[in-house]
Write a protein that binds this ligand. Structure first.
Ligand code: SF4
Length: 85
């Protein structure tokens, strides 16, 4: 039913933020939120290595989600975010 969830990359830690197979490895998210995103060389993708621990980190992750060029960062329950911008 939720196609975004089925494309969720397996390395993402549990939690509301996650990346999907659409990620092309551009590294933008890690430049905005380096504490939260990490790179997997094998697949050339970024995944959520740590969910936000502060409102500041959450803000950065939301910014990354809004600006990801291929809409590969999702927030559980907030998929509509991608259509809003
Ligand atoms: S900004 Fe999007 S496409 Fe770029 S590395 Fe992060 S998740 Fe992947």
């Amino acid at each position: 039913m939720d196609t975004a969830t089925t494309r969720r990359l397996p390395n993402n830690v549990n939690g509301k933020f996650y990346t999907t197979e659409e990620c092309d490895g551009c590294a933008y998210c890690a430049s905005i939120a380096p504490e939260n995103f990490d790179f997997e060389k094998e697949t050339n993708t970024y995944y959520v290595a740590r969910q936000p621990r502060s409102s500041e980190e959450e803000e950065y992750m939301r910014e990354a989600a809004e600006d990801c060029p291929v809409d590969a960062i999702c927030i559980t329950g907030e998929q509509a975010l991608h259509g809003a911008a």
